[in-house]
Design a protein around this ligand. Sequence first.
Ligand code: UDP
Ligand code: MG
Length: 318
Amino acid sequence: MNSLSIVVPCFNEQACLDTLHERLSSAARTTFGDDYEIVLVNDGSTDGSWPIMQQMSAADPHLVAVNLSRNHGHQLALTAGLDLARGELILVIDADLQDPPELLADMVETMHREKADVVYGVRKSRKGETAFKRATAHGFYRLLASATDVDIPLDAGDFRLISRRALDMFLAMPEQARFIRGMVAWIGFKQVPILYDRDERFAGDTKYPLSKMLRFAFDALTGFSSAPLKLASHAGLALSIGSVVIVLFILYAWLTGRSIPGWTSLMFVVVVLGAVQMFVLALMGEYIGRLYNETKRRPLYIVQEIAGAEHRTGRLGQ
Ligand code: UDP
Ligand code: MG
């Protein structure tokens, strides 16, 4: 068991690896001496990342490198690394050095001072990112915040320091679509922000093209909010209520003799059937929402501590 694990997902980052290794090692040494490990996860890179990682792990006993079978995506690569981490504290950081490893000392200090379980980096500024990326990120975090009940921090990435017990809770969440910063927020305990300036990428291009960004945003929204489903079922209900008005109008037209033969019965059937269908769809939507929640199989609640547990016998007091 080490005191610190640093987990880094890497996808085609060969140009960053050397400097990454150097800066991570020296940041870890400053605070933890020799008591740390670095877990690099190769997420199916097609460049020379893996051979470099193998060499680095042969030369440095602090470094473990994991090779995934193919590109599984940032969030899953990170999960693989977190599964393997053995530290009491776990630092999650990107490979491109946009988040400064030197912040580690401050993060550890903040964690102890605030007795927090999570210290997450919040971007004060973002250098070297396109206006489009900044604008979409800005909009995305705010949209997500308005659509979900979980307190997901604004403008925070995956750069964070996590305690062992919070990590164990995270690993107990087996859901497939993983939006990690949301899942960590969901866990609760005390989570405090730390402000920092985000640098430019050290080398290479972003590994998040628009398609991956959209997938990511979609996973976040559907995983942490049932707002889209609610929208559909509310629209369904509104439409089926609206159809009552139409039916009244049809009857009125029929009674006042303003309809041609056959129109009344035809319209009646169309509107009523439509309304029933909408209503049933809305109902099914509700059940699917529940099913979806059940299939995530998250823990029902998380206990932070129990006072007076020593007076009890049985499960909680053991
Ligand atoms: N990454 C990964 N798998 C992917 C895409 C990205 O492991 O399929 C890693 C990447 O190597 C980096 C981190 O995820 O360490 C964040 O990616 P990037 O810096 O390109 O995203 P951006 O900062 O542009 O949002
Ligand atoms: Mg980056």
